[in-house]
Write a protein that binds this ligand. Sequence first.
Ligand code: NDP
Ligand SMILES: O=C(O)C1=N[C@H](C(=O)O)C[C@H](O)C1
Length: 247
Amino acid sequence: MTLRVGVLGARGRMGLEVCKAVDAAPDLELVAMIDQGDVLFSASDNHAEVLVDFTTPDVVMDNLRWAIERGISAVVGTTGFTDDRLAQVRAWLAEKPEVGVLIAPNFGIAAVLMMQFAAKAARYFESAEIIEQHHPRKLDAPSGTATRTAQLIAAAREEAGLAPMPDATKEEVDGARGASINGVRVHAVRAAGLLAHQEVIFGTDGELLTIRHDSLDRVSFMPGVLLAVRNVQKHPGLTIGIDSLLD
Ligand SMILES: NC(=O)C1=CN([C@@H]2O[C@H](COP(=O)(O)OP(=O)(O)OC[C@H]3O[C@@H](n4cnc5c(N)ncnc54)[C@H](OP(=O)(O)O)[C@@H]3O)[C@@H](O)[C@H]2O)C=CC1
Ligand SMILES: O=C(O)C1=N[C@H](C(=O)O)C[C@H](O)C1
């Protein structure tokens, strides 16, 4: 028995790669490839059991509501998930307790490890800042990965009772110190030639730790996406990240 998979954003950079990966997997069947302007109903007509969404932050919530209402589980890589959006997804899922939704800011195994290492290191350093670097066609900033990393660092600092980071700088130009996410500064670089990269810099007296991750090819995300596709129905409700599937 194969698992029937539909891909939303199928003509996009990630969607194309996901379609190839699903097509090449013997236990999965690619039953719908949907992009902007296509009819979403073809996914239910083709009896998709799992939908994978790599679209845009503007449309992903409509797609998710559509899938959940029809009892279709979803794996979501699209970014832009605020706490309010996550609460909305949980509310929809409460009406459909059998449905699973997995939303991951990054499906790369090395990226997941980078976030875990950053969360582990955070308590030992006075200072922490994030520099994320992406291709210039990326629509959002900061990246979902940087946002998640900042949230994890902030939570670890709070748990350890750390004081706010030392910083006497007065911004002479708005944005010069980046964005503050839960008190962690995040700087977004966009340049041709980049794909997806992140450095997390930790500092304390006389010592620095830099944790760096590079996605050099979008194939890097595929093992994580396929892992999520194969497991999402076994995890009803909302799952954030693929960490729990890697344990
Ligand atoms: N979690 C992860 O590991 C990763 C997440 N991402 C995230 O995935 C998202 C997509 O990235 P990327 O592939 O680079 O972006 P692209 O712009 O290349 O792809 C998005 C695709 O979705 C299409 N689309 C727009 N609206 C709809 C709709 N209503 N239904 C179906 N398809 C639609 C777009 O069409 P059109 O161009 O015509 O608008 C486009 O083809 C981003 O949010 C990005 O940050 C990216 C990489 C890894
Ligand atoms: O848009 C991208 O390319 C990526 N988006 C995700 C993010 O915003 O974190 C994941 C990865 O960084 C690539």
